[in-house]
Design a protein around this ligand. Structure first.
Ligand code: ATP
Ligand code: MG
Length: 406
C-alpha cells in the first residue's frame, strides 16, 4: 500500500516542513493518510505535531488558535485551511465527568499517546513527509485498512462513553468506505445509542450533516435505523409509516445530485425527515384549534422545529427553508388569478416544487397537480393564461368567516 507524494496537498507539506525546520515533529494524520492509501481524494489534510498550539501559531502568521476543549491551530492558505493539532495524551480519570465524558482533552503527550486517543485504527495512521514513510503506531491500522475493517481503538463501551459521536463516525466511515465492523462493535452501538442524548444539539447537527451530505445518505440512514440511532437524532421521526418512502426518496435524490455535481441543501432533507410529524401536527391544529390551513402550517412548522432543537438543532437558515417548503405545499393548489405567477416567482418555488414531486412519488395522489405545475413553468404567457382559466380548484375551501359585528 502506498501513494504518490504528488497526491499530497502542497500547503499541508509546507506546514509540516516549516514545523520540522522549527525543530518539531510533524506528520500528516487521520483521514488524509487513510484516504491516500485507499487511493481516494482526501477531504481535508490534518497535521499532528509535537509543537504546542502557541508554538505553531508563532511559526505561521496566517494562523489562528481555535477551540477550547481541543485547542487546535488553523493555518490558512487562501480559502484552504490546514488543521494542526498537538500530540495529545488520553485524558486521566479526574478530567472526565462522572458519566465518563472527556471534559478537557488538552493534555499534551507523545506521538504514541496521540495514536491511541484517536477513534479507529485506520484513522491512527501518520505520514512523515521527511522520510516519505507511513507510521502505524497501533500496529493495526495498515492491516485493518487492507482487510477493509473498521476497528475502534480500545474498549468500545468506554470509548463511546467518552464521546458518543464516535458511534455516528463508525456509521459514517462504514458507509463511506464500505468497510465491515465486528459484531461486538455493532452490539455496543445498539446498547449505547441512548448516550447520543448527551451530545450538544449543535455538535449533533454538524455530525449529521457530514453523515447525510457525503453522497451515501440513503445507506447511512438505513444504518442509523438499524442501530436505533435515528430516534435519538430525530425523536419525531417515526420508525415506520408512509413517511419512510418519502424520506428515502429524498435521500436518494440527494445522493444522486451529489454524484452529478448538482447543488444540494440540507434544508430539503430536513423538510422530508420532518414532513410526517409536521403534517400530523397541522391536522391537529386545524381540527382542534380551528386555525386556518395557512396559519396551521406556520404553527406546525414552528412547533416541530422547536421540538427538534432540543436533540439536534437545525440552524435557522435551514429550518427557515424547510418551513417555507412546508407552507408552500398548499399554495400549489391555488391556481386562480395571479396566484400561480406569484408562486412561480417565490424564492423557494423550486425546492417546494421538487418536494411536491417527492410527495407524489411517495404515493400521494398529486399526479395531475404535479403535471400542471411542470407544464406551467415552461409554458409561454398565452398558454399560462389558458392553463389558469381551465384549472379548477380541486378542493373546496372553507368559506371565509365573516368578521363579527362589533
Ligand atoms: P473525513 O474524511 O470525514 O475528514 P477524518 O477521519 O479525517 O474523515 P476528521 O473529522 O477530519 O475525520 O478527523 C480527523 C482525525 O481526528 C480522525 O481521522 C481521527 O484520527 C481523529 N478524530 C476525529 N474525531 C474523533 C473523535 N470523536 N474521537 C477520536 N478521534 C477523533
Ligand atoms: Mg479529515
Amino acid at each position: 500500500m502506498g501513494f504518490n507524494r504528488s497526491d499530497i496537498n502542497t500547503n499541508a507539506l509546507k506546514v509540516t516542513q516549516r514545523l520540522s525546520e522549527g525543530g518539531f515533529t510533524a506528520y500528516l494524520v487521520g483521514g488524509c493518510v487513510r484516504d491516500l492509501l485507499l487511493d481516494r481524494q482526501p477531504k481535508d489534510f490534518d497535521v499532528a505535531t509535537s509543537a504546542t498550539p502557541q508554538q505553531v501559531h508563532r511559526l505561521f502568521r496566517n494562523s489562528r488558535i481555535i477551540g477550547r476543549r481541543f485547542q487546535i491551530v488553523h493555518v490558512r492558505f487562501g480559502r484552504e485551511i490546514i488543521e494542526v493539532s498537538t500530540f495529545r495524551a488520553q485524558h486521566d480519570q479526574n478530567q472526565s465527568s462522572e458519566a465518563g465524558h472527556i471534559l478537557n482533552d488538552n493534555v499534551f503527550g507523545s506521538f504514541e499517546d496521540d495514536a491511541v486517543r484517536r477513534d479507529f485504527t485506520i484513522n491512527a495512521l501518520y505520514y512523515c513527509p521527511g522520510k516519505d514513510q507511513v507510521l502505524d503506531p497501533t500496529g493495526l491500522g495498515i492491516n485493518d485498512l487492507q482487510k477493509k475493517r473498521l476497528v475502534l481503538i480500545g474498549d468500545p463501551a468506554t470509548r463511546f462513553r467518552e464521546d458518543p459521536v464516535r458511534m455516528l463516525r463508525a456509521i459514517r466511515f462504514k458507509a463511506k468506505l464500505d468497510f465491515s465492523i465486528s459484531q461486538k462493535l455493532e452490539r455496543t452501538i445498539q446498547s449505547k445509542a441512548a448516550l447520543m442524548a448527551e451530545i450538544p444539539p449543535a455538535r449533533l447537527f454538524e455530525e449529521v450533516l457530514k453523515l447525510l451530505m457525503a453522497g451515501r445518505a440513503k445507506k447511512t440512514y438505513q444504518a442509523l435505523k438499524h442501530y436505533q440511532l435515528i430516534e435519538t437524532l430525530f425523536p419525531n421521526v417515526a420508525d415506520a409509516g408512509p413517511n419512510q418512502t418519502l424520506i428515502e426518496l429524498a435521500l436518494e435524490s440527494t445522493d444522486r445530485r451529489i454524484e452529478n455535481g448538482q447543488p444540494v441543501t440540507p434544508a430539503f432533507l430536513f423538510a422530508a425527515l420532518l414532513w410526517d410529524p409536521v403534517a400530523q401536527r397541522h391536522n391537529q391544529l386545524i381540527e382542534n384549534q380551528g386555525l386556518s390551513r395557512a396559519d396551521g402550517w406556520v404553527a406546525a412548522g414552528d412547533q416541530i422545529v422547536a421540538q427538534q432543537q432540543s436533540t439536534l438543532s437545525i440552524p435557522r437558515r435551514f429550518s427557515g427553508t424547510a418551513k417555507d417548503i412546508w407552507c408552500l405545499q398548499d399554495r400549489f393548489e391555488a391556481r386562480q388569478g395571479k396566484r400561480p405567477f406569484r408562486m412561480l416567482a417565490h424564492k423557494r418555488f423550486r425546492a417546494a416544487y421538487d418536494f411536491l414531486l417527492l410527495r407524489r412519488d411517495s404515493g400521494e395522489p398529486l399526479g395531475a397537480l404535479c403535471d400542471w405545475w411542470t407544464e406551467f413553468q415552461t409554458a409561454d404567457d398565452v398558454q399560462k393564461q389558458t392553463m389558469i382559466d381551465s384549472a379548477r380548484p380541486n378542493r373546496k375551501r372553507k368559506p371565509k368567516r365573516k368578521p363579527k359585528a362589533k
